[in-house]
Design a binder for this molecule. Structure first.
Ligand code: NAP
Ligand code: F7E
Length: 348
């Protein structure tokens, strides 16, 4: 039985990846952060009682900024494959917390690489490591962006990912560690964090359609992104680690849409006039924006036969359907005197 270790298992991608590795028969180990409330919503359906003999999902407390604990849990998990997905992944927030974002994204990745190198040295089996890179690294480079496009990062988040990418390449060249960098373009799902654009829109529009809120505050409507489905993208991560020679790949749909296109698509599905509900709040603008990301994923299609199955239309359908059900539950609770769901959170 193969063993995998996932940092960021409680995140969107980590949850889909854990699900798919368990389905493939892996034993899965995940790093989770201690929190004062449970932070395992996305993987609760996968949870197994640790007292059960046949348990194949193991969760370990730790943090990628804590190298000692990290190395210990990787050593104990004894993985064949490491999927390093942990990051402060919000671009707008990275302008508010640049040091923290860099600490987790860049130094955290270095900690994971160093731990993998040391653990590999002490045993007789190699480790394969996937590093979660991002299309944000291309930043100001014009589309279409491929593996040969220069990195021109435009945010502290993107800079931290460029550093992480550089560290990963260096560990591959210097120590022969089997590391691959996936350069993934935007991908979403019903499990997407609620402050990212697609989910923010599907949550708000479905609530508006049920009379639970009136307005949606957004920033730049003109930016263009290449949006795919997270379920397809974790399949690409796994395929990248199954080849004997480590190669870096762009993962994208090859089609881009503007933020406005997404808003129109979501509101249209709910028979709502988006212009009556969407307002602009400059706090959601970024000091330096990335205008247009559209990936050229021909290398991964040619080498590994990977192609996205879900396009933006199907993704929007999936997310609207899911969030309509969430909003219906909220309305039911409100109608039975349980009050409104708090919406006072900071929503970048
Ligand atoms: P996400 O939903 O924000 O999940 C991030 C995960 O990292 C969460 O499990 C989070 O834990 C964990 N984490 C954050 N800081 C940590 C730390 N210091 N130590 C340990 N764990 C930590 O992100 P995602 O969308 O799944 O993305 C996965 C990875 O791919 C990230 O590296 C992201 O930057 C990158 N990426 C994402 C996209 C995309 O469109 N989704 C595209 C390209 C690249 P908590 O649950 O405790 O917060
Ligand atoms: O923004 C614009 C915003 O925050 C998409 C992360 O997973 O993908 C993600 O980063 C676009 C941007 O994602 C709002 O300015 C307008 O142009 O959903 P987002 P992102 O910044 O592209 C990359 C590939 C990653 O690696 C990251 O980890 O939408 N936008 N108005 C808005 N965005 C947000 N969040 N909120 C708004 O109100």
């Amino acid at each position: 039985m193969k063993r995998a270790f996932i940092t960021g298992i409680t995140g969107q991608d980590g949850s889909y990846l854990a699900e798919s590795l368990l389905q493939r028969g892996y034993e899965v180990h995940g790093l989770i952060r201690r929190a004062s409330v449970f932070n395992t919503d996305r993987i609760d359906h996968l949870y197994q009682d640790p007292h059960d003999q046949a348990v194949r999902l193991h969760l370990h407390h730790g943090d990628v900024t804590d190298p000692l604990a990290l190395k210990r849990v990787i050593e104990e998990s004894d993985p064949d494959e490491i999927y390093h997905l942990a990051a402060q992944s919000h671009v707008r927030v990275s302008f508010d917390q640049p040091l923290y974002t860099g600490h987790v994204g860049a130094m955290g990745t270095l900690n994971v690489l160093e731990a993998a190198k040391e653990v590999e040295r002490r045993r007789d089996r190699p480790i394969r490591l996937y590093n979660a890179g991002s299309s944000e690294m291309f930043g100001a480079s014009p589309p279409p962006q491929s593996e040969d496009t220069p990195f021109r990062p435009r945010s502290p988040y993107a800079v931290s990912k460029v550093a992480a990418h550089g560290y990963a390449v260096n560990y591959r060249e210097a120590y022969g560690l089997h590391v691959v960098n996936g350069i993934l373009f935007n991908h979403a799902s019903p499990r997407r964090g609620e402050t990212f654009l697609t989910r923010k829109v599907t949550r708000a529009a479905t609530r508006i359609s049920l009379g639970l809120q009136d307005h949606l505050w957004l920033g730049n409507l003109d930016a263009r992104r290449d949006w795919g489905f997270a379920g397809d993208y974790v399949e690409a991560m796994w395929r990248m680690l199954q080849t004997d020679v480590p190669v870096d790949y762009v993962v994208a749909t090859g089609r881009s849409h503007s933020v406005r296109d997404v808003v129109v698509a979501v509101f249209d599905r709910l028979d709502l006039d988006w212009e009556a509900h969407v307002r602009i709040d400059p706090r959601y603008l970024r000091p330096t924006e990335v205008a247009h990301l559209e990936g050229d994923a021909s290398r991964i299609e040619r080498d590994l036969g990977w192609k996205p199955e879900v396009g933006l239309d199907d993704l929007v359908d999936m997310m609207v359907e899911h969030d309509l059900a969430v909003a219906e539950r909220e309305r039911l609770l409100r109608d039975h005197g349980h009050g409104d769901v708090p919406r006072g959170r900071v929503t970048p």
